[in-house]
Design a protein around this ligand. Structure first.
Ligand code: CPU
Length: 563
């Protein structure tokens, strides 16, 4: 067990690549300046040079740039040459801003360390950015801030590395001792002070080597990309909103990011938190993510009446939600019952839908001659849906011991074994309950952390299972409604993601969907059970993000009406 409790990361050259001196060199070469001209000019300004002043928050970036430009001219004159015509420090900083990219393996390691209980921190010598590139800076800082416990920018605290005071300030705020701290930087002078104070230090030159050292010092396995989880979001660290749909009915949602709106609709029996691994990733990919608590769930209202949960009403509520949010069109991503909604929205409100993604849920043709209850009776794996029909029965069983219910339901196929039997969805009526015959004290699945489990338990204490189960009690009403609608091929772009091992929503159910959808893309997540978003989050995000980016690339630039 490692004695280390905190890890402090520098930004330039550590969490961002490439390192700034590398970019300075490239610039010198590109405009034909002597090697290290820029570095020497900075140092000729002495201990209070313009970079130091900016990093201590005494100058803004634009002030520093113009002063440094003047110093470069002076320095060249002293050396007996004049600067090339295209020389511009402003351009250098513009190039710098465009070239800097997040060092993803390093950020992934930081996220993993935090997941393993380490306090994580960014400690950067940075300036107040008032330049034309400040939006890029804001994006980077905003991305980082979501993944670390603490961000220390020198310009805000008016101290800079390698002054010992900024290290003490950081450790105090992290509530950690030097001996418990690992410090990563690419500059030797910054590392020396940390080392002298007693921290373990890593000089970052090569990411892979640095991660090997970090792995040894932390005792956390950092170099296995296959078991890297995308970053999650904590309920307290995201923005929550409420929209009143009608008197006494409100929708709760979580929102993150900026860009085209993407609405996430969960299934049964879940809540917005089922999207925890998609919310940060989609926001970082440039979307405005809105993850709903669907009607009856979590902090949304759960009216008692069955009719409140028919698809016609749920779709109308969704349109009201969009109207009140001022969102003309959305891309919908739905899983399970959320998938039913996205197909119905694409069919019945195509104007309001930019594109749809369904996870696991097939689009089925409307069959006027087949009553859905009869259809379910002919499919043994859907027997639980018959058990769900009688109000109060499944509620009593599923609400009896919420922790047991969620432990038994939320399991991944890879966990299945004698200690973790999977629920049999057939013969439920005969067994007299969905959970009958299952262990009283089941194990918790590897895909569900204790705190995630407790969040579901706590969220279901408010309204229980009545609202969620009412979704199943409108099968005939939904069928009649759909048959009353004009039926055409779905015209909005659609992505159908199947989960290879979902025992309820079988991939085979999606056969023939090509005949119902003009523009259908397919993907399958292998080794994945019913709970796709949390079972294989990295694989799912890899499917969702490129497709969503592609669909939105084709989006027309809105024509501004002339006033
Ligand atoms: C089965 C039994 C109890 C709890 C959870 C599950 N989803 C997993 C599947 C739950 C579900 O029934 N979805 C419906 C959505 C509409 C089409 C049919 C399946």
């Amino acid at each position: 067990m490692s004695a280390r409790k905190a890890v402090v990361f520098d930004v330039g050259g550590v969490l961002l690549t490439p390192a700034v001196p590398v970019l300075f060199r490239q610039y010198e070469e590109s405009v034909g300046l002597p090697r290290d001209f820029l570095q020497k000019t900075i140092l000729s300004g002495g201990p209070e040079n313009v970079f130091v002043q900016a990093e201590k928050g005494q100058l803004t970036l634009t002030q520093m740039v113009s002063q440094f430009e003047a110093e470069c001219h002076k320095s060249a004159r002293n050396e007996g040459f004049s600067l090339p015509a295209q020389f511009s420090i402003q351009k250098l900083f513009k190039q710098l801003s465009a070239a800097l990219k997040v060092n993803q393996p390093m950020l992934d390691a930081a996220v993993k360390l935090r997941d393993h209980g380490f306090a994580t921190c960014v400690l950067t010598n940075n300036w107040v950015d008032d330049s034309a590139q400040r939006e890029r800076t804001a994006q980077i800082l905003s991305t980082l801030s979501g993944h670390f416990d603490l961000i220390v920018e020198s310009c805000r605290v008016r101290m800079r590395k390698p002054e010992a005071s900024i290290y003490s300030y950081t450790l105090d705020n992290l509530k950690t001792k030097p001996q418990e701290t690992i410090f990563l930087d690419d500059i030797g002078a910054n590392l020396k002070v940390a080392r002298d104070m007693g921290m373990a230090t890593i000089r970052v030159r090569d990411t892979h080597e640095a991660l090997m050292e970090l792995q040894t010092l932390s005792g956390v396995e950092l170099l296995k990309p296959e078991d890297m989880l995308p970053s999650s979001c904590h309920p307290d660290d995201v923005s929550h909103g409420f929209v009143s749909i009608k008197p006494g009915v409100r929708t709760h949602y979580v929102e993150k990011g900026d860009g085209p709106p993407v609405l996430l609709c969960h299934g049964f029996p879940e809540n917005w938190y089922s999207w925890r691994y998609q919310i940060p990733a989609l926001a970082e990919a440039g979307f405005r993510v809105l993850a709903l608590d669907m009607k009856g769930y979590g902090e949304s209202t759960a009216p008692p009446d069955i009719e409140e949960y028919c698809q016609e009403q749920i779709c109308k509520d969704l349109v009201t939600f969009m109207d009140k949010m001022g969102i003309p069109q959305v891309t919908l991503v739905g899983h399970d019952w959320g998938g039913v909604i996205v197909w119905n929205m694409a069919r019945c409100y195509p104007e309001r839908v930019r594109a749809v993604v369904s996870l696991n849920t097939p689009l089925l043709p409307a069959k006027p001659d087949v009553n859905p209850l009869e259809q379910i009776k002919s499919l043994p794996i859907f027997d639980y849906q018959l058990y769900f029909q009688e109000p109060g029965v499944a509620e009593a069983e599923l609400e009896k011991n919420l922790e047991r219910t969620f432990k038994l339901l939320f399991i991944a196929n890879r966990d299945e074994g004698p200690n973790m039997p999977s629920i049999d969805t057939s013969n439920v009526c005969k067994r007299g309950g969905l959970l009958v015959g299952m262990p009283e004290n089941p194990h918790r699945s590897s895909m569900l952390t204790e705190s995630a489990l407790q969040y579901y338990v706590q969220q279901y204490k408010k309204s229980g299972f009545r609202g969620p189960l009412n979704w199943y009690r409108n099968l005939v009403t939904n069928w009649k409604w759909l048959l009353s609608r004009p039926i055409s091929k779905v015209q909005v772009p659609a992505l159908m993601v199947t989960a290879a091992n979902d025992h309820v929503l079988l991939p085979a159910f999606t056969n023939g969907m090509e005949n119902l959808i003009e523009d259908l893309t397919r993907a399958q997540v292998e080794d994945c059970g019913h709970w796709t978003q949390v079972d294989r989050p990295a694989e799912l995000n890899k499917i969702l993000i490129p497709w969503l980016k592609d669909v939105h690339k084709k989006m027309l630039i809105p024509i501004k009406p002339k006033l």
